[in-house]
Design a protein around this ligand. Structure first.
Ligand SMILES: Nc1ncnc2c1ncn2[C@@H]1O[C@H](COP(=O)(O)OP(=O)(O)OP(=O)(O)O)[C@@H](O)[C@H]1O
Ligand SMILES: [Mg+2]
Length: 457
């Protein structure tokens, strides 16, 4: 199932749904406000009808008399849309006139200082009722007028007002939706064009995308893609250079091997073959070393991703590697000392690559240091985890310090079977661990000092 959402639909939903909610909220609010004003207007007319009846209630010989002329009754029949009913009662609950079914307020605590309005049912129809107390001089009891009216006019007026309010709002939503849809289509067109442009490119085409797009957001996207393409072009160029160098470096010992093998084959006598066989062994050693270094370098290149950074104890790795290198140091009568705190030093790292890093530094210290010399490997945890490898050999001349990190570079006249990849490997692995790497002269000892400062876990 395709779970990718359409940006257009998403944006449309995000804009139109709040708009619909707003309209619903507005309609609800309008309903109650309209209801209030419609009720207020019709209630006033209902009260007028009730008041008109008060004039027909009189006192005659201390008794309450209701005389309703036909003209007064006509008022209640006049309306065609609604039916109006009335009832006049006294406090003794006696019917004085009208329809006895007209509802009255049932609450005994009703405040009669004001007319009382309420909704009820009469003859199966909803009615609005007003009840009022009639102020009569010298009346022996209280007289009430109740007028009920069906609600057809109110409903019709409510509907008219609500429709007048809602129709423009619904049109507004529709127009806004259409406007947004066309706007979004237009706005997203550059993205579609960009996708087409990119899909038509060949795999080898890493040239930047032309900056012809007007929208800032699309420009940001193309800028990011262009930065990525630039980094990619650089990485590919570096890799191609590296492959060319590696091929060249491998060709030399291979050619030597072939030459020496031919020389050995020409000899009849076994003792005469010895120098050629010795050369073959040297070339094979060199090639094996070169191949190992190339593989380590390939593994430590970020572009290859052959590493995994996990919390590891730097002390344990360094101690084990130093122990492995003691026999080599002893061959040159060198002393390899190891100093570390008791407690472990945890860093985010790749154990295999860190072992290779230290192995290269120890190999250099042993290969280029003096016979009977010293090598110190020190670990510190404060303020940050730090690994130091120091020797009291001849050191690296200042002029060479930057060059020794170039791949395949060896200081002219360097001894041994090295191929100039040790320090570039160290730098690559240090970078991968985001460790700060410094190469300096070893103070009083006069040799080389390398410090690697790691970030904490
Ligand atoms: N501790 C050191 N003391 C003196 N010179 C050094 C030291 N470490 C490195 N160098 C010099 O720096 C050069 C580069 O060292 P690097 O380790 O990169 O290559 P390499 O040792 O020649 O070859 P590889 O390590 O690949 O076998 C070496 O040729 C050597 O001359
Ligand atoms: Mg080396």
């Amino acid at each position: 199932m395709n779970k990718n959402k359409s940006l257009k639909t998403e944006m449309l939903f995000r804009l139109v749904i709040p708009l619909i909610f707003f309209v619903i909220f507005d309609a609800t609010l309008s309903y109650f406000v309209t209801l209030h004003y419609v009720d207020a207007a019709y209630d006033r007319w209902l009260l007028d009808s009730a008041r008109s009846l008060t004039q027909e209630i009189k006192m005659q010989d201390g008794k309450i008399v209701v005389e309703l002329p036909t003209a007064a009754l006509e008022i209640f029949k006049w309306d065609e849309e609604d039916k109006t009913y009335f009832k006049i009662t006294s406090s003794e609950q006696k019917m004085l006139a009208g329809d006895s079914l007209v509802p009255e307020p049932i609450d005994s605590k009703t405040d009669w200082s004001q007319p009382v309005y309420f909704n009820d049912k009469m003859y199966g129809e909803s009615v609005r009722v007003v009840s009022m107390l009639v102020a009569l001089d010298k009346a022996p009891e209280k007289v009430f007028i109740h007028v009920a009216e069906t609600m057809n006019k109110r409903r019709a007026t409510m509907l008219d007002i609500l429709l007048a309010d809602m129709i423009p709002q619904v049109i507004l939503i529709l127009v806004t939706g259409i406007y947004l849809l066309t706007g979004l289509k237009k706005g997203l067109k550059p993205l579609r064009l960009l996708a087409e442009q990119i899909s038509q490119r060949s795999l080898r085409d890493l040239s930047p995308i032309p900056e012809t797009h007007v929208f800032l957001e699309v420009r940001t996207l193309t800028d990011t893609i262009n930065e990525l393409l630039e980094a990619h072009t650089l990485a590919i160029a570096t890799q191609q250079r590296f492959i060319a160098n590696a091929a060249h470096q491998l060709r030399t010992p291979l050619a030597g091997l072939k030459l020496q093998a031919e020389r050995a084959l020409r000899e009849q006598d076994l003792s005469a073959m010895q120098p050629a066989l010795q050369q073959i062994q040297n070339s094979a050693d060199r090639m094996s070393h070169l191949t190992t270094q190339l593989l380590v370098l390939a593994k430590s290149e970020p572009i290859n991703g052959g590493y995994e950074l996990v919390p590891i104890d730097l002390c344990q790795i360094a101690r084990k590697t130093c122990m492995d290198w003691v026999p080599k140091a002893l061959q040159r009568n060198m002393e390899l000392s190891f100093e570390s705190p008791e407690e472990p030093i945890y860093i985010q790292g790749d154990a295999i690559l860190l072992r290779e890093l230290l192995a290269n530094l120890l190999d250099n210290a042993i290969s280029y240091g003096y016979d009977n010399g010293n090598i110190w490997v020190k670990l510190n945890n404060y303020p940050l985890p730090c690994l130091t490898v120091e020797d009291d050999g001849p050191g690296i001349p200042d002029i060479e310090i930057n060059k020794v990190f170039e791949r395949f570079y060896r200081i002219p006249g360097s001894t041994g079977n090295g191929c100039g990849l040790g320090l570039p490997i160290v730098k690559e692995i240090a970078d991968l661990h985001k460790a700060r790497f410094t190469l300096s002269k070893s103070g009083s000892k006069g040799g080389t000092r390398i410090d690697l400062i790691f970030a904490t876990t």
